[in-house]
Design a protein around this ligand. Structure first.
Ligand code: RP5
Length: 168
């Protein structure tokens, strides 16, 4: 029997980008939640400071490539989410990565304090923020996608089921 070619993977709906390889330990939590919800996504390193051309190309091409939401994580002087928002009209969800020097407060303030007119939806510092960015991206996509809506509902139901009534 001849082997059938495997079907093409679904086109990514979410871009998960980060400023450095060192951010992956945080940003993998976003990717894992998107995987769990069955949301097709891509993962890229795009540094605002070290690869500015890559940043502008990614931001400018994101919508025409079919992405619907971008999750951007960065640490320190964290310009990546804001600079992506400056060249791209998709919703940008910013994740402040915990920095060594200031424990991510620098990242948080860099991302959250966007001037009026160019918004970035800012999540919590660290892995919780990365995971919640994925849930928020899924909630945005769920308005138009019943499969993602069902996955999000069952995620929340199973989270609720796991909360005991009393401490062990
Ligand atoms: C930022 O600088 C990155 O987002 C990262 O959080 C931080 C440190 O980067 P590395 O020096 O670890 O590459 O641009």
């Amino acid at each position: 029997m001849t082997e059938q070619p495997s079907p093409a993977p679904p086109k990514p709906m979410v871009g998960v980008v980060m400023g450095s390889q060192s951010d992956w330990e945080t940003m993998r939590h976003a990717s894992e939640v998107l995987d769990a919800l069955g949301v097709p996504h891509e993962v890229r390193i795009v540094s605002a400071h070290r690869t500015p051309d890559r940043l502008f190309a990614y931001g400018r091409q994101a919508e025409s490539r079919g992405l619907q939401v971008i999750i951007a994580g960065a640490g320190g002087a964290a310009h990546l989410p804001g600079m992506l928002a400056s060249v791209c009209e998709l919703p940008i969800l910013g994740v402040p990565v915990e920095s060594k020097a200031l424990r991510g407060v620098d990242s948080l303030l860099s991302i959250v304090q966007m001037p009026r007119g160019v918004p970035v939806g800012t999540l919590a510092i660290g892995p919780s923020g990365a995971a919640n960015a994925a849930l928020l991206a899924a909630a945005i996509l769920a308005r138009q996608d019943s499969g993602i809506r069902d996955a999000l509902r069952s995620f929340r139901a199973s989270q609720t089921d796991r909360v005991p009534e009393s401490p062990a």
